[in-house]
Every structure is written in structure tokens, then in C-alpha cells.
Write a protein that binds this ligand. Structure first.
Ligand code: SF4
Length: 702
């Protein structure tokens, strides 16, 4: 472990999309300490349990990948090789497949934890040079329905609000999210705001009584998969009560009459039955929103991870639009980003369906503009494979080689058994990661050790469009390299021009230049400015520009006619059909002190104390029917597989619904509790985001 000259620096937490500021110091012996930055606009000195313990993750290098490793054929074990051999092999394999089967025979599966510069490079590499749009990210599993919700209603993927709106709002709707555990510092800000302003109303929509309900004035404990019906019922009451903003609807939005027609198709009584929520509670929710002077809606995976994820988003955003609660202080639809740099990835067009700086992949002009900027003939028009499609294509043999960066699909993808099979069948798998404890490493033909947080520099963008610079403070262990460096070595070996970046800052400058003239213009930003001034919210179109906390204050949206779109959604139930064999709805989610597949948080004993083992939450009545008591070992079965786990009985979960945390995989727990054995890879037709939150299962003792 080698520390660099920098012994004290400001940086950003690398876990969730909240983006808390930290000051990190390193003493002469290399001991790392950290604390929240007191005057940081995001966290004001606070850190949650995960962030507070990030120093231990960097210092415990016991699981780190230290050298490139390679197997010469599928039957051979991985063995240590030098970087030249590793990069030569990667380039030789990719060239062979591209020449023999075309550029669509290879793909990259990356991560919302990549830094923006890394995301930028991998996109330029695939879309500009390899000639395929087969680059997708685990943000597909997390944010893509919200992206399309914003695109359809506001014209672009643009989070309109700023965190400072939390302290202005007087009414919150938190739908399909548990920020008390998953976005703790934002939740703490809401909590503090309510402490100071007890009349603030908080509505929570969730099939479980989560810790976020501790603040709720109203908890709508709906049946999973019925969000659209519930949100439309609230919309209906708002219209009936006249609690809508006619000026906004008439002058700044399209589509109200069609929306009104749709929401009036279902009576409140029918909606209440469908959602299993009392009529009076629907009315009360509408009353709170109708009386609001500043209404902030927040949501995340509960709405996004659905086969109707985009329509869930539209139904929620419609409530902001019909009440005119957007583009003004304390108001707006605010999608809580899961990962620390999911937003940065979206800025560079880091998905199979996106182009840089929110340009449209379907537009020939936009594609040519990007191609011209990169100095290549064209950017491919054929949409790339999205996350789940990539693993299907590996399984079918259509995709020959996959390069996986900074993500662990063997644990995190839905229908994980299929994902394991697909990686076994793949002709060539490259895994670029920091940890040997990633379950995906065992499928690798080539393992590339990467540098982690504090070991490389770059930028990230949080949920409120705030861009921060993260400095390199220590050297990576062994021969691990920054992801940028690995990608640049590969690009050069492939013979691609356009990758002569002498350092990370030059990559960032190119990314900023490509945003010029777009709605996310950050051409006024550079590393010097970020280092000197701290974080800034985009757009930042000129050097003197101070950034943009709130969008759409002029009520001019990014749609062709500048009006927001109130859209009908249709109503359908969610994916899997319940049956006699599989009568329970499985929903999955996070726990407070773990992050994703636990390759980092799982190393910290303090964090493991919160909840040490996977568990199944089941309602006592559902448990009684199955002769299950607290702590009983159970097997959860579904059409895709099974999970063995112990039962936890709680009335906090709705009857007919069971819950599994999503963190545990085979390495950390011998397949005991790997939730994604059961989840459904069926996805939303528009966002291609899979429906993790609704799988039909049975639970029995074993
Ligand atoms: Fe890190 Fe998120 Fe916790 Fe902030 S809230 S310290 S960004 S994990």
C-alpha cells in the first residue's frame, strides 16, 4: 500500500447517487481516515454507515486482484500474465470475432460506478471504433425507466430539481423507494426538514412498512404492480377537487384531456380494490398533494424495476404536471439515482440506446454529429443489446465475447442461473474488476485488475446533476491499473486513432466539448474549476456560469413544442402471473448497510453486524399456512429456480408478498439466499429495464 503525496483531499463517496462530499486524510503510515465535509451542499458533514466505513474498504486489500490472469482455453486454469500479454490477447480475440462475425459479435457490459471519463472512453471505443452499439450498463437495471419517463414527458433525461428543494417542499410523495436505507443522507435531510416544519406532509407508497414510513403521515401499502392504478386514482381525485393548475395545463402542457379520460375510466372504489388500499387513503393523498404549495415526488426501483416501468414513471410525473409542480422551488419529479455515477453515464450516452450528451441514437443527424466529432465515418444505427439481451445473446451464441467492467452480473442480474449458463457458454469473457470476490470472475477467460476509489482520478455526477472531481490519493495495489489506462492500451493495440489522451483530464475536456450547444452543455467546466470551486450542477455552458440548480423555471421544456407531455399509460398488471403453484409475489431490494453484491461492504465487519445473513420476509399469516415459524429454513421456488434461506416473520410486509434482499451470491454465501435465482428478466418494452420487483413464487419448509 503506497500513499502518494496528497495526504488530505476532498472527494465524493463512491456508493450511492446521493453523492456525499468527504475529506480524506492519509497519515505517514498510510492509514486512511475520512469525514463528511461540513459545508458540502449535499451532506453538510453527514455520512451514512456505508460512507463512514469506505476507508476500511480501501485499506483491506485481501481480496484485491493484483495481476492480469488468463486461461489459454476453457479447460485451463487462470494463470498470472503480464499486461502486454493480457492486452494482446484481448485485442487478438476481439479482432478475430469482429472480422469473422462482425462488430455486433462483441459487447461491453459496464457500470454506474465507472467514472465519467471511463464511461466516455468505452462508448467512444464501441460506438465510434468497433462499430457496434453493444455497450450497456448495470444502470439499465436501475434507472432506464426513469430516463424514458423524463424523455417522454419533459423531452430529455433531465432531473429538474435540486436537493435544496427538499428544504422548500411542504409535501413529499415517496413511491417505490426506501431512502431511509438506500439514500440515507437525503432521508436525513427530509427528516430534519420535517422536524423543523411539522406540518410537512409525507406520503409513502410501498408494499412493505419500511424505515422510510417512520416519517410518513400516510402510508399507502399497495399490492405490488398496481402503482399506475393508484397514481391515476390520486390524479382523478385531484381533478374532481379542482386541485389542478389550469394555467400550466393550458399554456405549458399537452395531453390533459386524454389523461382525464383515462383516469376517469376507473372508479375510486375499483382502484381501491385493485390496489388493496382504502378509498379514504387515496382521497387523503390527493388532499395532501392538492393543498401543497411545493410538492416533491421521489421514486426509484419500486417504480423503475417493472415490466411497466416507463408507464409507472409517467403516472407519477403526471401528478406533478397536472398540479403545475415543476420548475419552481420545492417542486418537481425527482428520480433517486441508485449508483454514484449513473447520471454521468447517461451524459456520455453510456447505454445501448443512448448517444453522447442526450443526442438521439435514432436520429441520423445526431449520429453524424457524434461521428464527425470523433473523426470516424459513422456511428452504427442498429440499437445495441441491452443488459439482459446481452446475456441472452451469449446464451444463444449470437454474442461471442463480452467485456465486463466494474459489475458482478452473476449476482445482480435477474434470472441469475441463465446468466451463469450464458457466461459458461460464451466464447470469451473479460472481467475487469477490483475484487476477486466478484462471483463473475470465475467465468473469466481474462481477468484485468482495476484501480478503485482513491486510486484513480475522474469525475462523477450525482442525482441532482452535480458534477464532482475525485482525486487520486493512493497507488493501486499490485499491478492494478485505472480503468481508463486499460481501455487506452486496448484501443491502441486495436490500432484505433483518437485515443491519444495523455491523461484523464484530456478525456474529460473532450467529453465537455461534445456537450457544447446541447441541453446538458458543460463546456464551461474543467478540472481546474472543479478542484477550485467544488461541485457544480449542469448545465454549465460557459466558464463564468455558476451551474443550474433547477431546470424549467421558464416552463420551456425540451420537447419540440416546448410543452410538457401529460401522457396516458394504459393499465396492465405486472409480469409473472400468480398461480396455484406460485401464489406469492416476490419483491427484492437492498438492506441498509450493504451495497450491491457486497464485494466492498461485505469486507467491513461493522457493516455486516447490521444484518449478517440473507432472510425472507413473510407475513405471519402466510407463514402459518405453511407451518413456518421465525428462523425456519425455507425454500423459495419459482419458474426460474429456487433459493434456500431462513424465514423472518413480520407484519410489515403485505400478505401475499415476500421479500428477499438482493446482495448475496454464491461466493459470499454458497448460493444461500441468491435472490436473483428467482427474479424475472422480462423487461419494460420501452426502457428494457427488467421487472425485478414482481416474481411469482412459492415458499415451503425444507
Ligand atoms: Fe455515500 Fe450514499 Fe451514504 Fe452519502 S448517502 S455517504 S453517498 S452511501
Amino acid at each position: 500500500f503506497t500513499s502518494r503525496n496528497i495526504t488530505k483531499a476532498k472527494t465524493t463517496c463512491s456508493y450511492c447517487g446521493v453523492g456525499c462530499g468527504m475529506e480524506v486524510s492519509i497519515d505517514k503510515k498510510g492509514k486512511i481516515e475520512l469525514e463528511g465535509i461540513e459545508d458540502h451542499p449535499v451532506n453538510r458533514g453527514m455520512l451514512c454507515s456505508k460512507g463512514r466505513n469506505l476507508n476500511y474498504v480501501v485499506q483491506d486489500q485481501s481480496d484485491r486482484l493484483l495481476h492480469p490472469e488468463m486461461r489459454w482455453s476453457k479447460n485451463h486454469p487462470l494463470q498470472k500474465v503480464d499486461w502486454d500479454t493480457a492486452i494482446d490477447r484481448a485485442a487478438a480475440v476481439f479482432k478475430t470475432f469482429i472480422e469473422k462475425h462482425g462488430p455486433d459479435s462483441v459487447g461491453f457490459y459496464v457500470s454506474g460506478q465507472c467514472l465519467t471519463e471511463e464511461y466516455y472512453l468505452v462508448n467512444k471505443l464501441t460506438k465510434g471504433y468497433i462499430g457496434t452499439n453493444n455497450v450497456d450498463t448495470n444502470s439499465r437495471l436501475c434507472m432506464s425507466s426513469a430516463v424514458m419517463g423524463y424523455v417522454k414527458t419533459l423531452g430529455e433525461d433531465s432531473v429538474p430539481i435540486s436537493y435544496e428543494d427538499i428544504e422548500i417542499a411542504d409535501t413529499f410523495l415517496i413511491a417505490g423507494a426506501n431512502p431511509a436505507w438506500c439514500h440515507p443522507i437525503l432521508f436525513r435531510r427530509i427528516e430534519q426538514h420535517k422536524e423543523k416544519n411539522p406540518d410537512t406532509k409525507i406520503i409513502v407508497i410501498d408494499p412493505r412498512v419500511t424505515d422510510s414510513c417512520s416519517l410518513a403521515d400516510l402510508h399507502l401499502q399497495l399490492r405490488p404492480g398496481t402503482d399506475i392504478t393508484l397514481l391515476q386514482a390520486i390524479g382523478r381525485v385531484l381533478i374532481e377537487n379542482g386541485n389542478i393548475d389550469l394555467d400550466f395545463i393550458q399554456n405549458h402542457a399537452d395531453g390533459f384531456e386524454a389523461y382525464k379520460g383515462e383516469v376517469f375510466n376507473t372508479t375510486l372504489e375499483d382502484a381501491a380494490l385493485i390496489c388493496d388500499v382504502p378509498v379514504d387513503d387515496i382521497k387523503l393523498a390527493a388532499q395532501y398533494i392538492g393543498n401543497a404549495k411545493a410538492y416533491l415526488s421521489m421514486w426509484t426501483m419500486g417504480l423503475n424495476q417493472s415490466t411497466q416501468g416507463v408507464n409507472n414513471n409517467l403516472a407519477l410525473i403526471n401528478l406533478n404536471l397536472i398540479t403545475g409542480h415543476i420548475g419552481k422551488p420545492g417542486s418537481g419529479p425527482f428520480s433517486l439515482t441508485g449508483q454514484p455515477n449513473a447520471m454521468g453515464g447517461r451524459e456520455v450516452g453510456g447505454m445501448a440506446s443512448l448517444l453522447a450528451a442526450h443526442r438521439k441514437q435514432a436520429s441520423p443527424e445526431d449520429r453524424q454529429e457524434v461521428a464527425d466529432f470523433w473523426g470516424v465515418d459513422s456511428v452504427p444505427d442498429k440499437p445495441g443489446l441491452t443488459a439482459t439481451q446481452m446475456f441472452d445473446a451469449l446464451d444463444s451464441g449470437e454474442l461471442k465475447a463480452i467485456w465486463i467492467i466494474c459489475t458482478n452480473p452473476s449476482v445482480s442480474m435477474p434470472d441469475a442461473t441463465l446468466v451463469d449458463r450464458a457466461m459458461k457458454k460464451a466464447k470469451f469473457v473479460i472481467v475487469q474488476d477490483i475484487s476477486r470476490k466478484s462471483d463473475t470472475v470465475k467465468y473469466a477467460d481474462l481477468v484485468l485488475p482495476a484501480a478503485g476509489w482513491l486510486e484513480k482520478e475522474g469525475t462523477m455526477t450525482n442525482s441532482e446533476r452535480r458534477i464532482s472531481y475525485l482525486p487520486k490519493m493512493v497507488d493501486a495495489p499490485g499491478e492494478a491499473l485505472p480503468d481508463n489506462e486499460i481501455l487506452l492500451r486496448f484501443a491502441k493495440k486495436m490500432g484505433y486513432k483518437g485515443f491519444d489522451f495523455e491523461n484523464t483530464e484530456v478525456i474529460y475536456r473532450e467529453h465537455c466539448a461534445l456537450t457544447k450547444g446541447t441541453n446538458i452543455d458543460i463546456s464551461g467546466l474543467n478540472y481546474d474549476r472543479l478542484k477550485k470551486e467544488g461541485s457544480v450542477q449542469w448545465p454549465v455552458p460557459s466558464e463564468g456560469h455558476q451551474g443550474t440548480p433547477r431546470l424549467f423555471e421558464d416552463k420551456q421544456f425540451y420537447t419540440p413544442n416546448k410543452k410538457a407531455q401529460i401522457l396516458t399509460t394504459g393499465v396492465s398488471n405486472d409480469a409473472d402471473m400468480l398461480s396455484e403453484d406460485f401464489p406469492l409475489i416476490l419483491t427484492t431490494g437492498r438492506i441498509r448497510d450493504q451495497w450491491h453484491t457486497m464485494t466492498r461492504t461485505g469486507k467491513v465487519s461493522k457493516l455486516n453486524k447490521h444484518i449478517a445473513k440473507p432472510y425472507l420476509e413473510i407475513h405471519p399469516k402466510d407463514a402459518e399456512k405453511r407451518d413456518i415459524t421465525e428462523g425456519t429454513p425455507v425454500v423459495v421456488t419459482g419458474s426460474r429456480g429456487e433459493v434456500k434461506v431462513t424465514a423472518t416473520l413480520t407484519e410489515k410486509i403485505k400478505r401475499g408478498v415476500v421479500f428477499l434482499p438482493m446482495h448475496w451470491g454464491k461466493i459470499l454465501n454458497s448460493d444461500f439466499g441468491r435472490a436473483n435465482n428467482l427474479t424475472n428478466k422480462a423487461f419494460d418494452p420501452i426502457s428494457k429495464q427488467p421487472g425485478f420487483k414482481y416474481s411469482a413464487v412459492q415458499v415451503e419448509k425444507f
